[in-house]
Design a protein. Structure first.
Length: 276
């Protein structure tokens, strides 16, 4: 997975609004900060960023909005929601504005939305979610809603018996970074052909996110030589040795997520709340 940027935010002590119908609301203002990556660098605007955090049990539901000012004078609106484990270090940083934590120190997941009208950085807007077939539309649409982006669909059909399958693209993908989401990849043929169809229709890049990677037969070789820029899999199936053959395949662990789910089952607390 290509790293977009790293950022450090300076926090003011949190404002405790108190207990509400959805949990305890804590407003944490950002006093400034910096961000830097291969394509983006600059500062976080003071008094134009905050986290409207809701505390529930051992977790905080994030609701962060910030304004990034690039080194060359562009403004980028950044928004992300998700879930953060409220460790002692996190609680200290949010309540007092002192101390620090790093990603990986605690359970944390989010999806990030960026928007700008500056032509130099319009590429941050150019994302579209793609369903690899009609059956995957609801999954892609749900992710699209979270990211506030559009939807395209790969429509597979045979024009006549005995004829090769044709892939049509429903939706405008020209100049877009396409995100294909699916639950499982087996031989890889469908995803590889879908990526080729998207590029043919003018897509800038194709990234694929799949939960379970079976990767049977010649799947690795197909993906390695395909138009897919990056395929991200989880480690529900052990593919560590297989994927070494392809630089465009990356495996992410879900061990922390599974451990947290097991803990919640053992403690008779909500598992579904992990995915809200």
């Amino acid at each position: 997975m290509e790293k977009l940027l790293s950022y450090h935010a300076n926090l003011l002590p949190g404002l405790d609004v108190g207990e509400g119908p959805f949990g305890n609301r804590l407003i944490v203002e950002v006093e400034g900060g910096e961000f830097e990556g291969p394509k983006l660098k600059g500062t976080i605007r003071k008094h134009a960023a905050a986290d409207w955090l809701t505390l529930c049990e051992d977790y905080g539901h994030l609701d962060v909005r910030a304004t990034f000012e690039t080194h060359d004078g562009a403004y980028i609106f950044v928004e992300y929601k998700g879930k953060l484990e409220m460790t002692a270090a996190v609680q200290a940083a949010l309540s007092t504005g002192e101390g620090s934590t790093e990603i990986g120190d605690q359970y944390f997941f989010t999806e990030i939305l960026m928007q700008t009208g500056d032509e130099r950085y319009k590429w941050v807007n150019n994302i579209i979610c793609v369903a690899p077939d009609v059956g995957g539309v609801e999954r892609a649409r749900a992710l699209g809603r979270k990211l506030d982006v559009g939807l395209a669909i790969i429509d597979k059909r045979r024009p006549a018996p005995g004829k090769s399958q044709v892939m049509n693209v429903i939706g405008n993908v020209k100049g877009k970074i396409c995100i294909i989401v699916d639950d499982i990849i087996d031989s890889g043929g469908t995803i590889v052909n879908a990526a080729a169809a998207l590029i043919k229709r003018g897509a800038k890049e194709v990234h694929v996110y799949v939960t379970h990677g079976v990767l049977s037969g010649s799947a690795i070789e197909k993906i390695k030589n395909s138009k897919i820029k990056k395929l991200i899999l989880t480690d529900t199936i052990d593919n560590e040795q297989k994927v070494k053959k392809a630089s465009n395949i990356q495996v992410l662990t879900i061990s922390n997520l599974m451990a947290e789910a097991i803990k919640r089952i053992s403690n008779s607390t909500s598992v579904s709340d992990l995915f809200k």
